[in-house]
Design a protein around this ligand. Structure first.
Ligand code: HEC
Length: 101
């Protein structure tokens, strides 16, 4: 019984630490992403719904801080200075493509 409890707690820890943006709310991030038409440029560049920019082989994003930095830069593209919370939310949403840990 104690073994099961131990295994269970290890599994839970694993799930939590596997999320690179624990404070991010992916749903709120998606709303911001759509509100600011983030993919408008990306669509011009990559076609489709634009999301191919996130999975391109030469992606600029290799870790959580690079994703946050790029969201900040691209926020400038839409004349918006995102709060740290907004950036976490958008990152949590975009992590569906990046799978950052
Ligand atoms: C004015 C055009 C434009 C808008 C609007 C724009 N982007 Fe971008 N985005 C770019 C360009 C150009 C790049 C490629 C930058 C590079 O290669 O250095 C890029 C790249 C990115 C990347 C990195 C892709 C990768 O993996 O290499 C992310 C993440 C991103 N944008 C997020 C956003 C978000 C979030 C928004 C909305 C707030 C947004 N972008 C709005 C032009 C735009």
């Amino acid at each position: 019984m104690r073994m099961i409890a131990l295994l269970l707690s290890l599994t839970l820890t694993e799930t939590v630490s596997a999320n690179a943006f624990p404070g991010g709310d992916a749903k709120a991030g998606q709303r911001l992403f759509e509100q600011f038409k983030c993919n408008s440029c990306h669509i011009n560049m990559y076609g489709g719904d634009g999301s191919a920019i996130f999975t391109r082989p030469n992606s600029k994003v290799h870790n959580a801080s690079e994703l946050i930095a790029q969201i900040g830069r691209c926020g400038g593209n839409v004349d918006k200075e995102f709060s740290a919370k907004d950036e976490q939310d958008i990152a949590a949403y975009l992590n569906r493509y990046y799978h950052l840990k």
